[in-house]
Design a protein around this ligand. Structure first.
Ligand code: HDE
Length: 809
């Protein structure tokens, strides 16, 4: 068959050329070349698009006869006042276009491009996809006729290599996983917003803090540190608390933790720390746990980690929920105002629901029953409209004040006691939307301490310096190249324009030929922003190049002692118990002894308790690295106790199990359920198995969880309604008593109604505290509606005062 001839419609419609002087014709003809041009440029008004464009390019370039900013690039004063770049508007779109043929549009090309922002910049709508009412296709958009069978030569014949549909599907599947984060691999994320309480213009020009009520979108990722991506949520560990602010002036990442200090003082030691805490390299054990030889060997040789160890062994390391833990920026940062004046600053997030913890034994059991405990909790709360909320506070201080402190504010193993510098609330963050897709958002989000915006700057904290390098570096491998900023979750809502080009997975298609600056062919664009851009705080550098730390860094124990002494008796007991547990898992006695010698510098009492629990003597305290220990500013900091922040949530969004079986008092269940729902709690009916059970009224209740599928550790409290006598099934099930005992042992509130109090006796649960007082967390009531009120008042917290070591129940 002959090849069809395509008619050239443009040529067909071309006008006959007018009578133009020969020199002009030469100029126009030259404008058609891409390799050489006329000496005189091309005149306007010829009506020829190529020539018109050449004339416009010439006019644009001519508008910048020289680089006016050049003289301003030199000298001390100019360095402090960067100039805005020069830019001229091109007379036509053709000037900055890549080609004139861009007028030829199609379904693929869309319209003729303007100088728009890359597609991922701005709201996520353009990249969110949905297959509702759509047919299935390959990645090339080819409709798939059959998604059940591979292509074969005959029904019983061999599969064929040319089955490109099967091969595409399998190949993509083979590459679904990407490298996990080297630390903080396990995490959960959510979208939300930050709202500013009042303008902070006198201390910072940072965009989120410029007006009362100003809203900035955020994405938050909470994480554990040591475990792998699929590890349990309730490990004893530090929690990551990373917030990406999508501000008008670009992305700001506040990549913090739920503890205000860190193990080490210098980034140089980070790989050593992480190697020590991760599963040991020879056998890859233990997973998501610090309770092993290498971790304690390392930290016992690094006395600066002692303060952080106190936090790690405290209840902070086993939060009840991501919604119930604080967050901290850890390092000292700098706020900078429009005049270039700086104020030193520490960031604090405080949860509205207060700070609450699990019991250690409970955390261990939860990790078996529901390794996704914190992920599920966050997801369910947001789906239910119980939006987690945190207040952002700052400690503000000057360089001069900092110099007077007994510790160095560049040392990340130290905090600034709130009694010394109060925390001032500046805004709130609300998490009100779950991600659409875990991988696309929570896994691919790339936080980075180097992502700062005008108004926020670094200090010389040597730990922070290493982080500023590390986060971008790690994304290059994890997200496969330098364009990870274009992944939709990472793209800012502020426009992005620069001359960076190409690289793996580039998404933006840049128009035009200009990818350098200065230029006149692109009208000088994009031009530098000058003082409207990010201007680094001009901190003077005066000392020799060297490796070392200032003397104040050598004091390692004052704040560890401050932390321990500021805890409630129950929290202190938990710290001692945690050290005992972790060190009992160490197999080398010398490491244990070294750690005990370190603890002897923190608290004689703590060291004695831990030593006793390990069957050891307290050794001589470790020698100190500093000859003269500076006097601390405060002896006690009540703000360091979790109990100082009960929050205002009560039982809101907490889960309660109401035990039901045939014969249960239907009226009581109804009353209790209603009261809990009214208080914002999540009541669930727990039966021996899921499904219907018949109440004493003859109506039917539907148990949605069972003793088997949701162990009691997953609930914040338990209620046994009236009717135990009749509920033979429950009485006969040994797990009922186990559950009651566990609830009691983990210091949760119990409500036992009517004749069900016999179960308390059977479980040998006392109604009195060890000191003989009434236990407010064991409510044994007659009248259900009164009793549930008393119960709700008691059930928003743990009743640690009931604890004994070892447990009596
Ligand atoms: Fe990180 N840290 N870190 N870190 N960190 C990472 O970045 C690093 C440190 C923190 O949810 C990595 O993208 C160094 C302190 C959080 O995606 C990596 C040093 C604090 C997250 C990295 C530190 C943190 C990370 C691994 C010492 C609290 C998770 C993957 C100099 C203030 C962010 C990644 C998320 C993640 C390096 C110490 C918090 C390797 C070198 C101190 C919350 O770049």
């Amino acid at each position: 068959m002959p090849i069809p001839r395509i008619e050239n419609t443009h040529m067909a419609r071309r006008k006959p050329s007018s009578s133009t002087p020969a020199s002009r014709t030469a100029g126009r003809a030259a404008a058609r070349n891409t390799d050489s041009g006329s000496a005189r440029g091309v005149p306007k008004g010829t009506g020829d698009r190529i020539a018109e464009r050449a004339a416009d390019v010439e006019a644009t370039a001519e508008a910048m006869p020289f680089n006016a900013n050049k003289p301003l690039e030199y000298g001390y004063d100019n360095a402090h006042a960067p100039q805005e770049g020069e830019g001229v508007e091109a007379p036509s779109d053709d000037v900055t276009a890549s080609s004139l043929s861009e007028v030829n549009t199609s379904d693929k090309l869309g319209t003729r491009a303007g100088n728009g922002d890359p597609v991922a910049v701005g709201p996520l709508d353009p990249v969110r996809t949905d297959a509702t009412a759509r047919r299935m296709t390959t990645n090339q958009g080819v409709p798939v006729s059959d998604n059940q069978h591979s292509l074969k030569a005959g029904l019983r014949g061999p599969a064929l290599l040319k089955d490109f549909i099967l091969r595409e599907k399998i190949t993509h599947f083979d590459h679904e996983r990407i490298p996990e984060r080297i630390v903080h691999a396990r995490g959960s994320g959510a979208h939300g917003f930050f709202e500013c309480y009042a303008p902070l213009t006198d201390i910072t020009r940072a965009a989120p803090f410029q007006a009362k009520g100003k809203i900035t979108p955020v994405f938050v990722r909470f994480s554990t540190v040591a475990g792998e991506r699929g590890s349990k949520d309730t490990a004893r560990d530090v929690r990551g608390f990373a917030v990406k602010f999508y501000t008008d002036e670009g992305n700001w990442d506040l990549v913090g933790n739920n503890m205000p200090v860190f193990f080490i003082q210098d980034a140089m030691k980070f790989p050593d720390l992480v190697h020590a805490v991760k599963p040991e390299p020879h056998h890859q054990m233990p997973q998501a746990a610090s309770a092993h030889d290498t971790f304690w060997d390392f930290v016992s040789l690094m006395p600066e980690s002692t303060h952080m160890l106190m936090w790690l062994m405290s209840d902070r390391a086993i939060p009840r929920s991501y919604r119930m833990m604080q967050g901290f920026g850890v390092h000292t940062f700098r706020f900078v105002n429009a005049q270039g004046e700086a104020t030193l600053c520490k960031f604090h997030w405080t949860p509205k629901l207060g700070t609450h913890a699990l019991a250690w034994e409970e955390a261990v059991k939860i990790s078996g029953a529901d390794p996704d405990f914190h992920r599920r909790d966050l997801w369910e709360a947001i789906e239910a409209g119980e939006y987690p909320e945190y207040e952002l506070g700052v400690q503000l201080f000057t360089e001069e004040e900092a110099e007077r402190y007994s510790f160095d504010i560049l040392d990340s193993t130290k905090l600034i006691p709130e009694e010394l510098v109060p925390v001032q609330p500046i805004g709130r963050m609300v998490l009100n939307r779950n991600p659409d897709n875990f991988f696309a958002e929570t896994e691919q989000v790339a936080f980075c301490t180097a992502h700062v915006i005008p108004g926020i700057d670094f200090t010389n904290d040597p730990l922070l310096a290493g982080r500023i390098h590390s986060y971008v570096d790690t994304q290059l491998t994890r997200l496969g190249g330098p364009n990870f900023h274009e992944i939709p979750i990472n793209a800012p809502i502020a426009p992005v324009h620069n001359n960076q080009r190409d690289g793996l997975h580039r998404q933006a298609i840049h128009r035009g030929r200009v990818s350098y600056e200065p230029n006149s062919l692109g009208g000088g664009c994009p031009f530098q922003a000058g003082s409207a851009g990010f201007v680094s705080f001009p901190e003077p550098v005066t000392q020799d190049e060297l490796r070392g730390h200032p003397e104040k860094f050598a004091e390692h124990y004052n704040q560890a002692t401050l932390f321990f002494d500021s805890q409630s008796p129950a929290e202190q007991a938990h710290i001692a118990g945690a050290f005992r547990f972790e060190l009992s898992k160490v197999t080398v006695p010398a490491v244990r002894a070294r750690m005990l010698a370190g603890l002897a510098n923190v608290s004689a009492d703590l060291a004695a308790q831990v030593a006793d629990g390990l069957g050891m003597e307290v050794p001589e305290p470790l020698p100190r690295a500093i000859a003269k220990v500076p006097q601390s500013e405060v002896d006690a900091s009540p703000a360091l106790s979790m109990l100082a922040r009960p929050g205002d949530g009560g039982v809101r969004s907490r889960k309660f199990a109401i035990l039901v079986a045939d014969g249960v008092n239907g009226q009581t269940v109804e009353t209790v359920q209603r009261a809990l729902l009214d208080a914002g709690a999540v009541p669930r009916l727990m039966g021996v198995r899921i499904g219907p059970c018949v109440t004493d009224r003859g109506d039917t209740l539907d148990a949605d969880v069972s003793l088997e599928n949701e162990p009691g550790v997953l609930f914040d409290g338990m209620i046994v309604p009236d009717g135990a006598d009749r509920m033979g099934e429950l009485r006969m099930d040994a797990r009922t008593l186990d559950y009651l005992k566990e609830q009691y042992r983990h210091c949760k509130a119990l409500l036992i109604l009517g004749d069900s109090d016999a179960l308390l006796d059977a479980a040998r649960i006392p109604a009195t505290l060890p000191d003989g007082g009434q236990d407010p967390g064991v409510v044994v009531g007659g009248n259900a509606s009164k009793a549930i009120d008393a119960y709700i008042a008691a059930a928003g917290r743990r009743h640690w005062e009931r604890e004994t070591d070892p447990p009596r129940v």
